[in-house]
Write a new protein. Structure first.
Length: 117
């Protein structure tokens, strides 16, 4: 499910954001849904919302309706990678979950600082 508003980010911001989206979707497909849908396994939804924030910021929210994150997060490779990409953007990740209620990641990206000409 896509919900996308017109938002502008710099190329330096777009690359880490794209990698974050890819990693979240990959992990959702690997871990959120049990079984193979072709074999009658559980199917689910993965969503992406991109919307403008205040002062030229952009908020990206990714979610799935799968199993949710474990209560005791081990800080797996994917989550560490997403957190590292957020640091490159000088922001932080906001993770939320509920057992059986999916996983949700939200990131607020501030406008890129322009270099003086």
């Amino acid at each position: 499910m896509l919900e996308i508003k017109d938002v502008t980010v710099s190329p330096e911001q777009a690359a880490p954001l794209g990698l974050m989206v890819n990693e979240f979707i990959t992990n959702s497909l690997k871990y959120a849904f049990d079984g193979n849908p072709a074999d009658g396994g559980i199917q689910g939804t993965i969503g992406l919302r991109l919307e403008p924030g205040r002062g030229g910021a952009a908020r990206i929210t990714l979610w799935d309706d799968g199993k949710g994150l474990p209560l005791e997060r081990s800080g797996g490779t994917g989550m560490r990678m997403i957190d590292g990409l957020a640091r490159q953007l000088a922001t932080r990740t906001e993770w939320s979950t509920g057992i059986g209620r999916g996983a949700r990641l939200s990131v607020l990206v501030r406008p890129a600082k322009r270099e003086p000409s």
